[in-house]
Design a protein around this ligand. Structure first.
Ligand code: NAD
Length: 284
């Protein structure tokens, strides 16, 4: 029996809390505002940004999309991020990917004020996370932990294996698991005998971007699997990195795609934005 660790209700609970806090802040004279900087004409990016803007507005957070177009120069993107960082009416800033080919994500994200860095993109935020100092973790990485916690998965002393080592997901998930006293192994594209490593996991997180990478041979009996992958299918759907049919019956639990990590990620971006607004109002 493989339990499905849904994110839908967890996300709804976070949005309810955010809605109350956004109303309180607005009444107190600090209406929370999120800004998303876009420099691409990628279709799936556009629909992701629309979904963030919709979710923000539904919870009472204003959302500004700064669309610089796919030909934006890196300096233009940096200037937009710096201007938003200086704008006291803006509390959260997201730099959307993909970026134009000559723009470097980490380099540009360094222009986001860490106090407004609601998706943990500034390398300073990642460094503070690694040093156990307060910062906003990347929302997707935190969403994995929030989902595991919501479903009561024990982490202290657990053997955790993270597949993927990107700055946006793999590394911060590993840091968050480490901060919760899990024993963490990170795998990546050069890892040899991947299945031998992943089979040692009590908790397995897949954050690669390759549909069907994790199959029954990669999982031990009873393992809890967090699937971060979001891979578009030709029919307009979405699948994760885990072959759900293959691991079902062997894994103890699995986060679904869609409906797992994704909705919790969006809800956390909103929670981070009201937290940033609260801090800016001096009532943290
Ligand atoms: P990335 O391309 O930056 O990193 C992929 C990582 O996977 C790399 O570290 C690479 O070494 C590793 N890798 C590649 N092939 C591998 C293999 N065969 N075996 C083991 N490791 C391998 O990707 P990313 O930005 O970290 O995103 C990963 C996935 O998570 C993507 O599907 C992305 O769409 C998804 N994602 C989802 C959300 C969400 O909100 N749900 C947010 C961000 C990313």
């Amino acid at each position: 029996m493989t339990a499905v660790l849904s994110g839908t209700e967890v996300a709804a609970g976070i949005r309810t809390e955010v809605t109350a806090e956004a109303a309180r802040l607005t009444a107190a004279g600090t209406p929370p505002r999120l800004a998303v900087v876009v420099a691409t004409d990628d279709g799936s990016s556009a629909s992701y940004v629309r979904s963030i803007a919709r979710a923000a507005q539904r919870t009472g957070i204003a959302c500004t999309v700064v669309d610089l177009g796919p030909d934006a120069a890196p300096e233009e993107i940096r200037a937009a991020l710096a201007a938003l960082s200086d704008d006291p009416a803006v509390h959260g800033i997201i730099l959307q990917t993909p970026l134009p080919p000559d723009a470097d994500f980490e380099d540009l994200a360094a222009a986001i004020d860490p106090a407004k860095d609601v998706d943990g993109a500034n390398p300073l935020s990642l460094g503070r996370l690694a040093a156990d100092l307060p910062s906003f973790p990347p929302a997707t990485a935190e969403a994995v932990l929030v989902l595991l916690d919501a479903h009561g998965v024990p982490l202290a002393g657990a053997r955790a294996v993270v597949v993927g080592r990107s700055n946006v997901v793999g590394k911060p998930v590993a840091q968050l698991l480490l901060a919760r006293d899990a024993t963490v192994t990170i795998c990546h594209r050069h890892t040899k005998e991947l299945a031998d490593v992943t089979r040692t996991a009590d908790v397995l997180v897949a954050a690669v971007g390759r549909p069907g990478l994790v199959t029954a041979e990669h999982v031990a009996e009873g393992v809890v699997v967090g699937d971060v992958g979001t891979n578009p299918t030709p029919d307009g759907g979405l699948v994760g990195d885990v072959d759900a049919a293959s691991v079902t019956g062997r894994a103890g639990a699995l986060t679904p795609v869609p409906g797992g990590v994704g909705p919790v990620t969006t809800a956390l971006l909103l929670r981070h934005t009201v937290a940033a607004a609260r801090a800016s109002a001096g009532s943290a």
